[in-house]
Ligand binder design. Structure first.
Ligand code: PGA
Length: 248
């Protein structure tokens, strides 16, 4: 049994003032637990606020929502992996569906971002998932496995062993329409089978589910076979709801 991971993706919400207020409420409600990991992905501009609020709460890990593939230079508006590390991040989301579908990020860019994350000592949390049209045309597994292969085959075995995957069906993100535990279990099993078919690839890479997770469905999704944790957007913005989900 893997230790479940509860990850909060705040997206473009909670600037420094709101992040400070959220952390005060969350830290007073949620006590450290050894049987789970909690990861927070604030927007980059709030990373140091959340880091400072955490103080000695080493049970909670900080992550960055996006990084650029280069380490520094003339890339106005971008955040590099070493800068995210400097601000306290240990994990980087890569290939979130909004990055892929709103900002046009490709599998190739995701692979470069994972490489940048590893260079800086960040753990990449690679997001994969199919659109509604791809699901309806029966392409869910081929899309998800293509997105996985595009990145994983560029990595060294020791890097693959440190990777975290989040399966997030695009049609379930921010729509209130979550995958059923069975839908999630099927894709998680396909991901697991794919990892086992890769010679030398680690077989214990955690695979999180994300997409309209809330206080009501968190327990059943987490109980689905092969689901090692939850990546939560909207429901992670409210300290009370997020505390309840972290106690699932
Ligand atoms: P949601 O977002 O929980 O609001 O659907 C999940 C995510 O995008 O990571």
């Amino acid at each position: 049994m893997r230790t479940p991971i509860f990850a909060a993706n705040w997206k473009m919400n909670h600037g420094p003032s709101q992040a400070r207020a959220f952390m005060a409420a969350f830290l007073s409600a949620y006590s450290p637990r050894k049987d789970r990991s909690v990861v927070l992905f604030p927007p980059a501009i709030s990373l140091t606020t959340v880091r400072d609020a955490l103080g000695g709460r080493h049970d909670i890990v900080l992550g960055v929502q996006n990084i650029y593939k280069e380490d520094k230079g003339a890339f106005t508006g971008e955040t590099s992996a070493p800068m995210a590390v400097d601000a306290g991040a240990k994990v980087a989301l890569v290939g979130h569906s909004e990055r892929r579908h709103v900002f046009g990020e490709t599998d190739e860019q995701c692979a470069k971002k994972c490489a940048a994350a590893f260079r800086a000592g960040l753990t990449p949390m690679l997001c994969v998932g199919e659109t509604l049209a791809q699901r309806e045309s029966g392409d869910t597994e081929s899309v998800v496995l293509r997105q996985l292969a595009a990145v994983v085959t560029t990595l060294a075995a020791d890097q693959v062993a440190r990777l975290v995957i989040a399966y997030e069906p695009v049609w379930a993100i921010g729509t209130g329409r979550n995958a059923t535990p069975d839908d999630a279990a099927q894709v998680h099993a396909a991901i697991r089978r794919w990892f086992s078919s890769q010679s030398g690839a680690a077989n214990d890479v955690p695979v999180l589910y994300g997409g309209s997770v809330n206080t009501k469905n968190a327990a059943s999704l987490l109980a689905a076979p092969g689901v090692d944790g939850l990546l939560v957007g909207g429901a992670s913005l409210d300290a009370e709801a997020w505390t309840a989900i972290c106690r699932t």
